[in-house]
Design a protein around this ligand. Structure first.
Ligand SMILES: Cc1ncc(C[n+]2csc(CCOP(=O)(O)OP(=O)(O)O)c2C)c(N)n1
Length: 290
């Protein structure tokens, strides 16, 4: 299958809710294209969290400079659910960190875009190696601790975790630390699609109620529809306000999403957790994503 990527990039600035749809569409198309070429990888989660990632990177909520990826005042994002990397790679490329064309190399031998993110690959914009579930959130807590108490700066740290991932006990040790140390500079996003590798989260091992758990660990919790751009914008604005309150709490945004969002035959189906579309399915998906 011949797959082409245009080289359009988007800037990072406050946008009205309706302006995000075009960017999110571009990213969902990138995800399908890179996965059909890779012939392996995770489709459902990346498509489901695309709207949240689009607002985070293109709504002016994170400070970063694609021309200077290591800018010392940048905010940092840690993809704790490392298997969702097709969406992160697309977002970073569309933000201008590296050529969009490189998305063709997803999961290829020697590529900077590995099946789970590795900082040893020196991919601009990537902050941490992740993929072993339950660890990225601890890395993010460490970053937020050092920013707040050692370097005493006003940088923010964002991390994204899956709702299956939060079955890992280490997630709650990280949450306990974040609450205890009042990490108002930390934003934990939970991708609540109720799907995991082998079933519905509430059937495999229920983690509900998610909001009450984070509240119990002294988080400020915001429940949103993860496909409603206005709600996503409001949530990140709320985190921005929380982050300025030095005595405050960390923030958890619980985003209700649908796995495979945007592609009819993938939507809300956990079977799409860890497989790529074949050529026929990719053609069908790209027909729908217009
Ligand atoms: C420590 C660890 N155990 C198991 C896995 C394999 N694994 C990868 S994703 C996943 C399911 C995660 O579910 P969720 O966080 O809900 O992600 P989603 O299915 O929504 O993409 C599992 C078990 C892993 N990557 N790390």
């Amino acid at each position: 299958m011949i797959v082409e990527f245009d080289d359009l990039t988007f800037d990072n600035r406050p946008r009205k809710a309706e302006e995000f749809a075009e960017i999110a569409l571009k990213i969902r198309r990138d995800i399908i294209k890179s996965l059909v070429l890779a012939k392996s990888g995770h489709s459902g989660g990346p498509l489901g969290i695309t709207d949240v990632m689009t607002v985070l990177y293109f709504g002016g909520f994170m400070h970063y400079d694609p021309k200077e990826p290591k800018w010392e005042r940048r905010d940092r994002f840690v993809l704790s659910a490392g298997h969702l990397c097709p969406v992160l790679y697309s977002v970073l490329a569309r933000a201008g960190f590296f050529p969009v064309e490189e998305l063709k190399t997803l999961r290829k031998y020697g590529s900077r875009l590995q099946g789970h993110p590795g900082i040893d690959m020196n991919l601009p914009g990537l902050e941490a190696s992740t993929g072993s579930l339950g660890q990225g959130i601890s890395i993010a807590v460490g970053m937020a601790l050092s920013d707040k108490y050692l370097d005493k700066n006003d940088r923010k740290v964002f991390t994204l975790t899956g709702d299956g991932e939060i079955q890992e006990g280490s997630v709650w040790e990280a949450a306990m630390s974040a609450g205890n140390f009042k990490l108002n500079n930390l934003c934990v996003i939970v991708d609540n699609n109720d799907c995991q590798i082998d079933g519905r989260v509430h059937e495999v091992m229920s983690i509900y109620p998610i909001d009450k758990k984070f509240e119990a660990f002294n988080f400020d919790v915001i429940n949103i529809d993860g496909h409603d751009f206005s709600e996503i914008i409001d949530a990140f604005n709320q985190f921005n306000m929380n982050s300025k309150n030095q005595t405050g709490k960390p923030t958890a945004i619980i985003a209700k999403t649908f796995m495979g969002k945007g592609v009819s035959f993938m939507e809300d189906k956990y079977e799409w957790h860890g497989i790529p579309p074949n050529e026929e399915q990719a053609i069908q998906a790209l027909k729908e994503l217009v």
